[in-house]
Design a protein around this ligand. Structure first.
Ligand SMILES: [Zn+2]
Length: 261
C-alpha cells in the first residue's frame, strides 16, 4: 500500500512500512486540519505553497546571493519543520522535500547541473536529534530534481568551525557577528572534476536574518566556490512592532526630548 504521493521515499531507498505508517499507528492528527490519521493529510499537503518567493531580509546581508523560500515560516509549514526536525516525524520528509525542491529550482532555474550544499549541523546536535533533518531533505530534493531532468547532487562541502552561541533572541547584527568564521569548507578538496561548472545552491530549512546563509556563502567563496543562490523551506515572517507614538502626550510631536519646540 502506498501511503501517499512520494511518502514511501527515503534518502537511501524505500522507507520501512513502520515509518510510512507511523502516523496511523500513533493515532496522529493532521497538523493542518486536525483530521485523524496522517500528520499531513492529502488535502493539506495539496494546499502547500507551490510558488517560491524571494525571501525578504531586512537588512539583507551584504552580497548575499538571491535567496528563495518555498513558504512562510508560519502555520502548518512551521509545524511541519518543527515536528520533522525536533520530534523526528519522518513521514513529513516528502512534503518538506517537495518544498525545498521548489526553492532550489527557483534559485537555480533551468537544467544545468546543480550542487546542493546543506548548511552544516553539529555532530552533537545530529546525535541528540537522532537524525540529520536537513541533510536528508537535501538528499531527497536532489533526487527529485534528477527526476525532473536536472543533474543535481547533494555534497557536504561545509562543516562547523569553532563554537557558536545559541542564535535565539539575537538580532540580525548580533547573529552575523556570532556566526562570523563559524563555517569552513573541508569538502572542497573532495569535489570531483565532474562538478566543474555546476551551480551551487546553499540549502537550509528556515531563514531568519540570512546570517547563516551569508556565513555559508563566505566560507564557500573563501575556497573559490561562488554561490548561485540560496534555497530554504521557509522564511520567517517579519513582525514589525507597531510604531510607538511620537510622544504619548502629544502624538503629533516628534519624539525629541528636552525643550518643547
Ligand atoms: Zn489536513
Amino acid at each position: 500500500m502506498r501511503a501517499g504521493r512520494g511518502a514511501d521515499e527515503g534518502p537511501g531507498g524505500p522507507l520501512r512500512v513502520t515509518e510510512a505508517c507511523a502516523d496511523l499507528l500513533t493515532g496522529a492528527a493532521c497538523l493542518g486540519c486536525a483530521r485523524p490519521g496522517r500528520l499531513l493529510c492529502h488535502d493539506c499537503r495539496a494546499a502547500l505553497p507551490v510558488h517560491p518567493v524571494p525571501a525578504v531580509l531586512d537588512p539583507t546581508p551584504p552580497g548575499l546571493a538571491p535567496t528563495w523560500a518555498a513558504a512562510a515560516y508560519d502555520g502548518v509549514v512551521r509545524d511541519l519543520v518543527v515536528h520533522h526536525k525536533e520530534r523526528r516525524r519522518l513521514s513529513l520528509r516528502p512534503p518538506l522535500a517537495d518544498l525545498l525542491t521548489r526553492a532550489v529550482r527557483a534559485a537555480a532555474p533551468g537544467r544545468d547541473a546543480v550542487l546542493l550544499v546543506a548548511v552544516p549541523s553539529r555532530r552533537a546536535v545530529v546525535r541528540a536529534r537522532g537524525h540529520d533533518p536537513l541533510g536528508t531533505l537535501v538528499a531527497l530534493a536532489a533526487r527529485r530534481l534528477r527526476r525532473q531532468g536536472v543533474p543535481a547532487r547533494p555534497f557536504r562541502l561545509l562543516a562547523p568551525h569553532g563554537a557558536v552561541a545559541d542564535q535565539a533572541g539575537l538580532d540580525a547584527a548580533a547573529r552575523a557577528a556570532n556566526l562570523a568564521g563559524s563555517m569552513w569548507c573541508p569538502g572542497a578538496r573532495r569535489l570531483p572534476a565532474s562538478a566543474a561548472g555546476s551551480r551551487l545552491v546553499v540549502c537550509d530549512d528556515v531563514v531568519t536574518t540570512g546570517a547563516t546563509l551569508a556565513e555559508a556563502q563566505r566560507a564557500l567563496a573563501a575556497v573559490g566556490l561562488p554561490v548561485t543562490g540560496h534555497a530554504v523551506v521557509a522564511a520567517t515572517l517579519r513582525r514589525h512592532p507597531p510604531p510607538a507614538p511620537a510622544r504619548p502626550d502629544r502624538p503629533d510631536r516628534l519624539p525629541w526630548v528636552g525643550r518643547a519646540y
